[in-house]
Write a protein that binds this ligand. Structure first.
Ligand code: ZN
Length: 319
């Protein structure tokens, strides 16, 4: 699955796939932090061969004798504030157009009660009684009522939700989530009910949801982190306490930007990039929000370090 939109290979050494890790993609920052001891600094070498990543850059060749190492945005160095502004604006318009792949199609799902009937996990009488109880209470999910009325176990309801969403049911290991807090902004964990569960082989992230998948968020996390995201459902009684614990964990710093228009948002995001001067930054859309993640220094392992991550979550216009 494509992880990031790659820019045409203007500079071969920047064309490394994101899977290779930020230490490769953000070559500027990498040269500052992860050079093996004993190697000569690569600054001068980079200064001669690096070109600005903005296709419309107006800087002359001489100006590219690097006055600065950063920022790097989506794998490309930006030579000036103006070039950062143009690159961020073009990434923002890509995201707003849905060309980044963040658009969700509406898919009709078979109601949970019918899935359970079809599987023979409940009887028509069970379903009618649970629906009546739900109507009378005016609240609660059908699955919850089926469990409360002892028509079905929580495991069966979660399995039925998995069938409904066409996704696996994921298990949960105690306290496995807290270390993964840096992967998703706290605001998204809270608002979209996502729970990073565990990583496998440093490449696959299992992302749990309680009763419905959020493909937009899953795709955004995949594009930001470069990890393959496997999304699935977690049974409610395991999800809730783990989610509450995760919300107490340490998350990266976040800045919220509400802009009146898309150009104003682009300008504000570009200013944030110029201020932070990250060694890598990526922009993706999550529903109506734009998520800009900046790495203030090269990431040294599969997991980002909260202290060196700065997130900006922005929106444009009134929703
Ligand atoms: Zn430039």
């Amino acid at each position: 699955m494509p992880v990031l939109n790659r820019r045409p290979g203007r500079i071969p050494r920047r064309a490394a796939p994101p899977e290779a890790g930020l230490s490769e993609a953000g070559a500027e920052g990498a040269s500052l932090t992860v050079d093996a001891p004993g190697h000569a600094p690569r600054g001068l070498h980079a200064a001669i061969f690096t070109a600005c990543s903005n296709p419309r850059c107006g800087s002359g060749w001489l100006r590219l004798w690097r006055r600065r190492e950063t920022p790097v945005f989506e794998g490309g160095w930006c030579c000036s504030e103006a070039c950062t502004g143009e690159r961020v604006a073009s990434a923002l318009s890509r995201e707003m157009d849905g060309r980044g792949g963040a658009q969700e199609g509406y898919r009709h799902r078979i109601p949970l009660g019918l899935v359970m009937l079809e599987q023979g996990w409940i009887t028509p009488q069970d379903l009618r009684a649970a629906l009546a109880a739900q109507r009378a209470a005016g609240a609660g999910k059908l699955g919850g009522w089926l469990v409360r009325r002892k028509n079905a176990s929580e495991e069966l309801v979660t399995r039925a939700l998995g069938l409904q969403w066409g996704c696996p049911v994921l298990g949960i290991e105690p306290h496995s989530s807290e270390g993964l807090a840096a992967l998703v902004p706290r605001l998204f964990v809270d608002a979209f009910g996502a729970l990073p569960l565990r990583m496998a082989a440093g490449k696959i992230l299992y992302l749990g949801f309680e009763d419905h998948l959020d493909p937009s968020l899953a795709l955004a996390v995949e594009r930001i982190t470069g990890l393959r995201v496997e999304a699935g459902l977690v049974r409610e009684s395991a999800f809730r306490p783990a989610h509450a614990r995760l919300l107490e964990a340490r998350f990266p710093a976040v800045e919220l930007i509400e802009a009146a228009t898309e150009p104003a948002l682009a300008a504000a995001l570009a200013r944030a990039v110029e201020r932070a001067r990250p060694v890598e930054a990526r922009l993706v859309r999550v529903h109506d929000c734009l998520w800009l993640r900046m790495w203030l220094r090269a990431q040294r392992g599969p997991l980002p370090e909260p202290a060196w991550i700065h997130d900006v979550i922005g929106s444009a216009g009134v929703h």
